[in-house]
Design a protein around this ligand. Sequence first.
Ligand code: FHN
Length: 586
Amino acid sequence: MKLSFASLLATAALVTGSTAPLAAEETPEVTETKQQQHDRMEWWHEAKFGMFIHWGIYSVVGGEYKGQKLPNSAEWMMCRGKVPIAEYSKYAEQFNPTKFDADTFVKMAKDAGMKYMVITAKHHDGFAMFDSVWGDYDVVDATPFGRDIMKELSRACNEQGLRFGFYYSQAQDWHHPGGFGNNWDKTIKRVSSDIYVNEKVIPEVKQLLTEYGPISILWWDTPRDMSAEAFENIYSLKSLQPGIITNDRLGKDYPGDHKTFERHIPDRGPVDQAWEVCMPISGSWGYKKGDEDFKSTSKLIRNLADIASKGGNYLLNVSPTGEGVVLPQAVERLKEIGDWMKINGDSIYGTTGSPFKKLDWGRCTKKEYAKGTTLYLHVFDWPENGELLVPGLKNPVKQAYLMADWKPLEFRQEESGTIISLPTDAPDPINSVITVQVSGTLEVEDTGLTQDKDGNLLLLAEDAYIHNNEGSTDAKLQDRGEEPDNIGYWNDKEATVEWDFKITQPGTFNIIAELASEADSRFVITAGESTINGTALSTGSYGTYRKHPVGTIEFPSAGDFTLKIKPDSKAWSPLNLRRVTLVPAK
Ligand code: FHN
């Protein structure tokens, strides 16, 4: 990663304390190749699974203000409740998490199979959960607890072998007069964001990176426009911990080491790019009274497998209360995940993404070696007929085992792929893992979507890739049980839907879309060289479906294609889509 001259200067100033420009011969070219970056991140790619912690003085009241449950996540209560600084700061006087014990907390993460921990050192409220150099608005000086939580957790992680890192809200700060985001407290005497960065962000982050032991991760959040100098000065701080990994949320020109997805799992991971999904175990990031929206253990374990099967990491968040512990619902889930990881952890740690486009019964992760590959088949839906088809797998299979008991499994290889004979009952109702050793370079035939013998091509909702804006969950598959599934909640005009398929019988096709909408809606369909402007007239309701002919499309030759549907932002109205069918034009 190439550091600019300005950032070299800023680094030098930080390290030497001098602001004198570096002499020409002192400004070494600092570049990092993709391979060097991958090597630096090797532990992160091996780890796959980490604990996120949102903890602050908002935890004292569980996001409630004057008895009012505020909308949004609890750590946003100061903003949602428009709580004046003078009033919000008083929560610090009640922050006394006497039940907190760093060793116990870290052991809970470790026993869950988590390999790294990222905690909010300073969130948007500006309160420091460490002994800040900037002032006394921190856990040591302003609370009856009086202990440096970051220092205790850093030590415990070091002793128990977990990597440790900080979340730091570098732009939003609702306490400092130069921070972004506080537009409700009229007592603030505004200063520039440069002043905020120079007098608070730089000193605090420098302190976190030099006084808390080895720091492996710096997790920026909610970037805002700042001066180029501010960005460079903040960015340069990472050189204080040479191996540190940063995310893509410092600013749009700072991609960092990995992309971040929030609360939802992408249909497919970014290509050739490290990425991580962060997600609260319940509904709120910070502890929120009444937040019962805990994801089931099944959902959490399947999320972990799903993310790993796409090549990503999972950063699962817990929310300590004002007493310094997490709720029993979270403790129970973490223990159950840990029980699963004790048996199946090798199917997650150090794996890479699936070679299969889609598996009806579950997911696949893999480890490639010089002479072959180990496939880890994560079976969510145990086949009733006792036979598991691994579609398109062409390599000779050497052996297959259930990870639960290492009993060898029978298998045979056919034109359609490899079929593994399974016992009647799944060893794990959530996710039973089968390891399959294959020899040679992995060879998987694309068994994706293609035409039937009459040339028709059926593109179902459940076979679509749905691309949302990061963080949004607009446009998602709705499982309708007995009824056909559909893509719904398609409110996001930027969300697109696409299918990959193979054309073996070229020609001209009529496109028929089966959809339901409350208002007329326009969209654009692209496939190959063709672009079609489609219109769907209202069907009267989201439950009334009609098959709309939306145009014709030409595939002059056989091959692999993608058909994409994108809302026409000028005339879009959300619609529910069950399927698109391409029928050969007579
Ligand atoms: O505003 C924050 C939010 O409070 C939380 O910290 C999440 C975690 O990724 N990040 C921001 C929302 O994207």
